[in-house]
Design a binder for this molecule. Structure first.
Ligand SMILES: [Ca+2]
Ligand SMILES: [Ca+2]
Ligand SMILES: [Ca+2]
Ligand SMILES: [Ca+2]
Length: 437
């Protein structure tokens, strides 16, 4: 299969999911219910493309399966030391598409070589639920071995992959736990302060799964916070020692902040709603201006195929009132921004941003936007430097992936691709290298 046709298919599938609202993008205008075919008719002029997407998404009335060569789409990437050898490794969330949904999903584990830093092994593919859109890494059961959690969009579940304690870097068969409809994102953190990590899922209701402290590695049934969002992050926003939640809610067009209720661990106060850009899709929580308080970076998808409407929002935590935030400052990204990561990408000691942009019909390769912090204004960022993607990056992570102490960028972009920082050229990167294939 030609790379170009793979690229086109990946783009079409992402676009189709968007038009169907399957990935939490804006639905039809308020008061109007568009049929899938109405919405498909908008961008697709070719009968072939229509039939291809028709089959991939099983809209009914499709006729010719031969139009789809099977392919894999990678939506998310995460970095962590998955075999405990001190070198960061990579996990990605992947969907294999050979026909109508649900599409079988897998998490790929891609281990960094111990002897050749920056070299990565072949992907180990681990079955999860259907259409996984995100994978997160954490030691869920407290055995000092990293585990994996995937959010399975079309099976309304998460999959937990515990690391095999007798064979580091390998994982046990997935345990699938039901959550709300259309889980898009998942985050790991201790949400009730009992020392056991819990799981938050951005689904139709924002589900929380508390770990059962008396049976580590097992989880109680999900509780719903009642907001439909596309990603969730965990951090202590108001410095009271209790973990809080931030959810980016593309459908609602806003961001919800849930501070933990100090009177009752594991419960949350009514959310504050804050504005970001168009269709806030993904959130990163980090101290951006080095004042010791956690700030927010929000990737805003934009308005679909309208170029120039995507952005990244920066909301700075208030030192006078921690847990409340500045009005968003929005910085233009590439098109259709899916996710954002934070790290010091040029070694000046100040946090920078990388945003994965899936692209548009006129730029189906997409790109990654790198924002260096303005050295003269803490928490402000310089205009983006955009680097081309392969077929539309949707996931991004920042880590030192070759042990040279310079941070690199990993992208979910038709597999996993790494942009290694060039030594001696702070903030400059090599062309992307595909790993795990
Ligand atoms: Ca490792
Ligand atoms: Ca807990
Ligand atoms: Ca807190
Ligand atoms: Ca920097």
């Amino acid at each position: 299969m030609q790379t170009g046709s793979v690229t086109s298919l990946l783009f079409l599938v992402r676009s189709a999911r968007e038009f169907l609202g399957m990935t939490q993008f804006a639905g039809p205008a308020p008061g109007r219910t568009a049929s899938p075919k109405d919405r498909f008719a908008r961008p697709l002029s070719s009968a072939r493309l229509f039939i291809t997407i028709c089959i991939v998404l099983s809209l009914g009335g499709c006729s010719n399966d031969d139009l789809i060569p099977p392919f894999t789409i990678t939506f998310s990437v995460a970095v962590g030391d998955l075999n405990g050898d001190g070198r960061p490794d990579i996990a990605s969330a992947n969907t294999f598409i050979a026909g109508p949904p649900p599409h079988p999903g897998h998490v790929s584990v891609i281990l960094q070589s111990q002897s050749s830093p920056g070299a990565f092994g072949s992907a180990m593919n681990l079955a999860v639920g259907s259409d996984p859109l995100m994978v997160s890494i954490g030691d869920l059961n407290g055995d000092n071995l990293m585990d994996l959690v995937a959010a399975n969009e079309s099976s309304a579940s998460i999959s937990i992959l515990f690391q095999n304690s007798s064979s580091h870097g390998t994982f046990l068969t997935a345990q699938n736990l039901g959550v709300g409809a259309h889980p898009n994102g998942v985050a790991i953190g201790d949400l009730n302060g009992d020392g056991h990590l819990d799981i938050a899922v951005a689904d139709s209701g924002l589900s929380i799964l508390f770990q059962n402290a008396s049976d580590p590695g097992t989880f109680f049934s999900p509780l719903s916070l009642g907001v439909n969002c596309s990603s969730v992050g965990i951090g202590d926003l108001n410095v009271d020692g209790r973990a809080d939640l931030v959810a980016a809610c593309a459908n609602a067009g806003n961001v919800k902040l849930f501070l933990q209720n100090p009177a009752e661990a594991g419960t949350f106060l009514p959310p504050q709603t804050v504005a970001a850009g168009f269709q806030p899709k993904n959130v990163a929580i980090a101290d951006l201006n080095a004042d010791g308080l956690l700030d927010l970076a929000i990737a805003n998808y934009g308005t679909g195929n309208s170029a120039g409407t995507a952005s990244v929002s920066v909301l700075l935590n208030s030192s006078a009132s921690p847990g409340s935030f500045s009005t968003a400052t929005n910085y233009a990204t590439g098109d259709n921004s899916w996710s954002v990561a934070v790290g010091d990408l040029n070694g000046d000691g100040k946090a920078d941003l990388a945003v994965a942009n899936a692209g548009t019909f006129s730029n189906i390769a997409g790109n990654v936007s790198v924002f260096f912090q303005n050295p003269g204004t803490p928490g402000a960022f310089l205009p983006a430097v955009n680097r081309p993607g392969a077929s539309g990056p949707t996931g991004v992570a920042i880590a030192d992936l070759n042990g040279d102490s310079l941070l690199d960028i990993a992208l979910a972009d038709e597999g996993v691709r790494i942009l290694f920082q060039i030594p001696g050229q702070p903030g400059n990167f090599q062309s992307a290298i595909l790993v795990g294939s």
